[in-house]
Ligand binder design. Structure first.
Ligand code: COA
Length: 340
C-alpha cells in the first residue's frame, strides 16, 4: 500500500496498476487510524515473580520487554471503542455516518452479542451494522479484507475495521511457554472509497490451513468442551501452543503470502517502503524480512513495548507509524499476518 501526498494523517494505501490503466478507479482508502492500550504495564522483570523465566530469556527469544495488561473496566470492546474514536477523529467522520463495523478478535467481551455490536452501542453509530471476525492473530487482516470488499461495492459508505484483544483473559498465567508472549490492545482504521488513482488498498490475499489446528488452539469453551468447573480448574479456556512448530510455519507462510501480494501487483520487495508484520516474535519478523529481502530499516517493530497483541498488533503498529510520521507520502506499505 502507498501513503499519500496529503501526509501521514491521511494514508494512501496501494495502487492496483491493472485497474489504473482504465482511468478513474474506486479503491478503499484509509482515512484515519487509531489505537488504544490499557494503562497497566507488566515488564519481563514483573513476570519473573509469576513464572520461572527471566528478562534475558524473554528479550532474546522474543524481542518483548513489556506489555500492557487490562485492569477492571477495560475490555475488548472498550479498547476497540477508544481506538475507533481516534480513527474517526483523525478522519473527521462522525459515528452516525458509519455504515459497517467489523472487529477481528479472539477474546470477545462475551460470546453474544458480538464485540462490534458493543462498539456500535458505545460510539452511538446507530446506522451501522456490526459483526466480529474470528481469525486469531490474522483477524485484523481478515476484517480489513471484508471491509475493503464492502467499500469497493459501495464507495460512498464508511466502515471501521478493528483488531482488539484482551489476550490476558485467555492466557494461562502458570504456563511460561505462553504467558510471557501476549498483551492487550486495540487498533482501528476508518475506510471509505476514493477515486484518486494513487490511493487505496491494492489487493488482499488470504490463506488458511485447518490441518495445523493443533499447533495453536484453545481447547475449552466451545461445543466440544463446554465451560465447566473442570475446564476452569485445568485452565483449558486458555491458549495452548507448540511454539517451535508455529514459528516455522509462521515464517514460511508469511513470506509466501507477502510474495503473492507483491507479485499480484507487479511489484518487487524493493518497492515496499514499510513492511508491517504481525508482531509475534522479533525473530519471526526478521526471518520473514530476510526471506523477502526487505532491509531492517523498512520493517516496523514495536513488539518490545506491547508483546503479541494478536489481531490488534498490525493496526496498532500502523497507527504508530502514521502518527509518528514514519509513513511518508507515496510510501508503499505491506501488512502481513498469521495466526491460530
Ligand atoms: N522462560 C524461560 N525458559 C523458557 C520459557 C520462558 N518463558 N519458555 C520456554 N522456556 C524453555 C523451554 O522449556 C525450553 O527448555 P528446555 O530446553 O530445557 O526444554 C527452552 O526454553 C527452549 O524452548 P523452545 O520452545 O525451544 O524455545 P524457542 O526458541 O522456540 O522459543 C517461543 C519459544 C515460544 C518464543 C518461540 O518458539 C516462538 O515465538 N514461537 C512462535 C509463537 C507465536 O508466535 N505464537 C503466536 C502466533 S500468532
Amino acid at each position: 500500500m502507498r501513503t499519500g501526498r496529503s501526509g501521514p494523517k491521511c494514508l494512501r494505501l496501494g495502487v492496483d496498476r491493472l485497474l489504473n490503466k482504465g482511468g478513474i478507479v474506486n479503491r478503499t482508502a484509509i482515512l484515519g487510524t487509531g489505537a488504544a492500550v490499557p494503562k497497566k504495564v507488566i515488564t519481563n522483570k514483573d513476570l519473573e515473580s509469576i513464572v520461572e523465566t527471566s528478562d534475558e530469556w524473554i528479550a532474546t527469544r522474543t524481542g518483548i520487554k513489556s506489555r500492557h495488561i487490562a485492569e477492571d473496566g477495560e475490555t475488548t470492546s472498550t479498547l476497540a471503542t477508544e481506538a475507533a474514536r481516534r480513527a474517526l477523529e483523525m478522519a473527521g467522520v462522525k459515528p452516525e455516518e458509519l455504515d459497517m463495523i467489523v472487529v477481528g478478535t479472539t477474546s470477545p467481551d462475551m460470546i453474544m452479542p458480538n464485540t462490534g455490536a458493543l462498539v456500535q452501542k458505545n460510539l452511538g453509530a446507530s446506522k451501522a451494522f456490526a459483526f466480529d471476525v474470528y481469525a486469531a492473530c490474522s483477524g485484523f487482516v481478515y476484517a480489513l479484507t471484508i471491509a475493503d470488499k464492502f467499500i469497493k461495492e459501495s464507495p460512498g459508505k464508511k466502515a471501521l475495521a478493528i483488531g482488539s484483544e484482551l489476550l490476558s483473559s485467555i492466557t494461562d498465567w502458570q504456563d511460561r511457554n505462553t504467558c510471557v508472549l501476549f498483551g492487550d490492545a486495540a487498533g482501528a482504521v476508518l475506510l471509505s472509497g476514493s477515486s484518486d488513482g494513487d490511493r487505496g488498498i491494492l489487493s488482499t490475499h488470504l490463506n488458511s490451513d485447518g490441518c495445523l489446528w493443533e499447533l495453536l488452539y484453545i481447547p475449552g469453551g466451545g461445543c466440544i468442551y463446554p465451560p465447566s468447573a473442570e475446564m476452569a480448574e485445568k485452565r483449558d479456556y486458555c491458549i495452548r501452543m507448540h511454539g517451535n512448530e508455529v514459528f516455522k510455519h509462521a515464517v514460511r507462510s508469511m513470506a509466501d503470502v507477502a510474495r503473492e501480494a507483491i507479485s499480484a501487483n507487479d511489484l518487487k520487495p524493493d518497492d515496499v517502503d514499510l513492511f508491517i508484520p504481525h508482531q509475534a516474535n522479533i525473530r519471526i519478523m526478521n526471518a520473514v524480512a530476510e526471506r523477502l529481502k526487505i532491509s531492517p530499516d523498512r520493517v516496523y517493530m514495536n513488539i518490545e513495548r506491547y508483546g503479541n497483541t494478536s489481531s490488534a498488533s498490525i493496526p496498532v503498529a500502523l497507527d504508530e507509524a502514521n502518527r509518528s510520521g514514519r509513513l511518508k507520502p507515496g510510501d508503499l506499505v505491506l501488512l502481513d499476518a498469521f495466526g491460530g
